[in-house]
Design a binder for this molecule. Structure first.
Ligand SMILES: COc1ncc(-c2ccc3c(Nc4cccc(C(=O)O)c4)c(C(N)=O)cnc3c2)c(OC)n1
Length: 331
């Protein structure tokens, strides 16, 4: 059969992986949006898609591969065998049960804990040096569960946390400031979702602090109602799910940025979920989002922000709630 003739130039064996291989577990809306983002932004040249639904995976693989002629090449493999994830620098976990009618978040976290009990040990078995990035919800609790199940050092178990919340915050601020979202510093920390904490004292554009323009910004007394923006951030996930059924694009762009920081060791600072024991007076081993420096070894440093008494107490209240739920988890 017709075969290209090579003048082979090296006797070196083909390397087991590029050192920047990424595995995505979960071929749902979020997992595949991340994969599509990776292929189009050339985030990595080696991608493994792992899930239990083999037919779905095969279709997604074929559809992604058929677009490779238009972008930088990516070696993509897929299947239900976790050996496909071997030698991954980063494993992104988007798998998980969807909230069912009448189910509470606690029920969901127990079901998803069961699922992580199957997934995490297999990922670590095939990539003992990997970094885990947990996206499944409730992300702060599931990142703690993944850390306990993996046995990895805490700097290598990261939750997507409030990275998307902070991006939504910066987008909504950009609509009022009339400048681009990536020109605005704005941090949402703590628990991803309902009880996240906006750090209003940290909102600035080119060093011009919102609190210097409006000392009441973020307070109930604020006549300009800046706090409505945080309320919109909390509501937006529910609103998007009501309107389109799920969220995907912002999370995919967020994960692509976090992955780039890790693969390229950029030391960019992102709001992601990490162990905050000893931070802002938290005594328990819980995972919440704070500004973290991301590099090739995972979370190398946490930026110590100065919080107001109110921000600090909100943060500690979230920590106490997560600690309570964690103590009821069976795994
Ligand atoms: C002990 O052996 C074993 N084997 C497989 C699983 C398991 C169960 C559900 C999984 C899973 N979720 C899933 C699969 C099927 C149904 C549901 C659901 O929400 O009903 C959720 C996913 C995913 N992509 O969301 C990915 N992997 C899974 C893996 C498992 O979970 C406890 N245990």
């Amino acid at each position: 059969s017709a075969k290209l003739k090579f003048h082979t130039q090296t006797t070196a064996p083909e390397k087991s992986s590029s050192g920047r291989k990424v595995t995505i577990v979960g071929a749902g809306q979020v997992g595949m949006s991340i994969a599509f983002c990776f292929v189009n932004q050339s985030i990595t040249s080696e991608l493994a898609l792992v899930d239990v639904m083999e037919d779905r995976l095969k279709g997604e693989l074929m559809d992604l591969q058929h677009g490779l002629a238009f972008v930088h090449n990516v070696k993509i493999c897929s299947g239900s065998d976790y050996a496909l994830s071997a030698n991954s620098k980063l494993c992104i976990v988007t798998a998980g049960a969807e909230l069912r009618e009448g189910e509470s978040r606690l029920d969901l976290v127990q079901r998803n804990t069961e699922i992580l009990k199957d997934i995490i040990p297999k990922l670590v078995e095939h990539s003992p040096d990997t970094i885990l990035l947990i996206v499944s919800d409730p992300v702060d609790l599931l990142t703690y569960v993944a850390w306990k199940l993996s046995g990895l050092p805490k700097e290598r178990v990261i939750g997507s946390g409030t990275n998307v919340d902070s991006a939504r915050f910066r987008f909504l601020l950009s609509e009022r400031f009339k400048v681009a979202p990536n020109s605005i510093h704005g941090w949402i920390i703590g628990e991803h979702g309902d009880t996240s904490v906006p750090v209003w004292s940290g909102v600035d554009v080119a060093g011009v602090r919102l609190r210097d323009l409006n000392p009441d910004a973020g307070m109930e007394s604020d006549t300009e109602n800046w706090n409505d923006i945080h309320k919109q951030v909390v509501q937006s996930a529910y609103e998007i799910i009501r309107l389109k059924g799920h969220t995907s694009w912002a999370m995919a762009s967020s994960v692509a940025t976090l992955t780039t920081a890790i693969l390229k060791n950029t030391r960019n600072v992102h709001a992601v979920s990490t162990s905050v024991e000893g931070i802002h007076g938290v005594q328990h081993p819980v995972f919440l989002s704070v500004p973290c420096v991301l590099g090739e070894s995972g979370i190398t440093d946490i930026i110590q922000q100065t919080l107001t008494e109110d921000e600090r107490s909100q943060f500690q209240k979230s920590a106490a709630t997560l600690h309570e739920v964690q103590s009821n988890l069976v795994f």
